[in-house]
Design a binder for this molecule. Structure first.
Ligand code: NAD
Length: 356
């Protein structure tokens, strides 16, 4: 099969981790007789330098003409003094909006080999962890009406949390579909004891649940969910929640698993289109030094194979390759511990590709 992939290497370590990921994807293509056609486009600081805009129209057009987008990272010290609306990171908001990416998927998987990096007691995570946080990405308080008004207590600022039924329905469907391919449990997180928007959220999620009789639905308040996630994380399979609660919960869930260099993510639109990127940023402190861990990006590409291209066996192969390299004791500096074999970005890419 032929697949068109828009590549956005971006800034800092972005180009380094994307290069290694392409190495691994090429091995997959060779082994399974697929063709991946890559089109490299600019976004972020490098796009500002070259074109004056962080998200050139050509980039948006190429992404829309592709089957999926693979992004490294954007931003860096060089552009830190620019005003907020001109910074490289604005490209990410622009891409989400232009590409209609309403569902953010953040798996939190604890690899046995990296169990030491988990800040929780070993008995809490014994046997491993495998959670996915499904976060609504284009609605809620981050996109609601905002402003200032004079009150008796002085100037007030406000941000409105608002969700429409259809916005909740489509993210709930993503979560239940995912649960069907996993352990068949969805935990919906809200604040329905206080917020009207959460009560609507809870009602719509319950309606969607009727179409998935095999999936167990559980509702938790956000305050309880943050506690449960560190107390007993193994109870979770798929967590679905709003933009702001998801922002916080996905970071909490991922920190349980240790290193930022290991965390993939996907942002999905209607149909199977998606943008795949590591959770980490452009890490300007280690850029160009062959120190970056490319595994988060490689695992993001595996998600692309699974969720956008429907290539489960190939995705499994990529994930197993990462695990095998870890099992053989190879570690990039961010996950290095005594007695392990130190490797750089390029060696990590070579070793993972060799496992395919
Ligand atoms: P960061 O994730 O870039 O780095 C945080 C720390 O983690 C650094 O010490 C870095 O060296 C380390 N790190 C990150 N990724 C790593 C990897 N793959 N391997 C090894 N170590 C890794 O976060 P930051 O320092 O807050 O931000 C740096 C820049 O990235 C900023 O301009 C920020 O706005 C931008 N950023 C971009 C994205 C994105 O493109 N999606 C996300 C977050 C931050």
């Amino acid at each position: 099969m032929n697949y068109r992939i828009a590549l956005i290497p971006g800034d800092g370590i972005g180009p380094e981790v994307v290069t290694e990921t392409v190495k691994v994807l090429d091995k997959i293509a060779e082994k399974y007789q697929h063709q991946f056609d890559y089109t490299k486009v600019l976004a972020g600081g490098c796009a500002i330098d070259e074109t004056g805009a962080c998200l050139p129209q050509e980039t948006i057009d190429t992404c829309k003409e592709s089957d999926a987008v693979l992004l490294g990272a954007v931003g860096g010290w060089k552009w830190d003094t620019l005003p907020g609306d001109q910074r490289p990171e604005r490209a990410l908001l622009g891409l989400r909006k232009e590409l209609g990416l309403f569902a953010n998927l953040r798996p939190a998987i604890l690899f046995d080999e990296l169990a030491d990096a988990c800040p929780l007691k070993p008995e809490i995570v014994e046997g491993g962890l495998d959670i996915v946080v499904v976060r609504e990405l284009t609605g809620g308080i981050y996109f609601g009406e905002k402003g200032f008004k004079q009150t008796d207590l002085g100037l007030a600022a406000y941000d409105v949390e608002q969700y429409a039924e259809e916005e909740v329905r489509r993210i709930a469907v993503v979560a239940f579909d995912m649960a069907m391919k996993r352990n068949k449990k969805v935990t919906s997180v809200d604040k329905a004891n206080v917020l009207e928007s959460s009560r609507l959220w809870r009602r719509v999620v319950a309606e969607v649940a009727k179409d998935y009789p095999e999936v167990t639905l559980e509702n938790l308040y956000i305050d309880n969910a943050t506690m449960q996630l560190v107390k007993n994380p193994k109870q979770f399979d798929v967590i679905v929640t709003s933009n702001i609660f998801g922002d916080i919960l996905s970071d909490e869930a991922s920190m349980i698993t240790g290193s930022i260099g290991m965390l993939p993510s996907a942002s999905l639109a209607k149909g199977n289109f998606g943008m795949y990127e590591p959770v980490h940023g452009s890490a300007p402190d280690i850029a160009g030094q062959n120190k970056a861990n490319p595994m988060a990006t490689i695992l993001s590409a595996a998600m692309m194979l699974r969720y956008t291209f429907g290539l489960s066996a190939e995705a499994d192969d990529m994930e197993t390759a990462v695990k095998s390299v870890l099992a053989k004791g190879y570690r990039t500096p961010d996950i290095f511990t005594e007695g392990m074999k130190a490797i750089g970005t390029r060696e990590a890419g070579d070793l993972i590709a060799a496992e395919i």
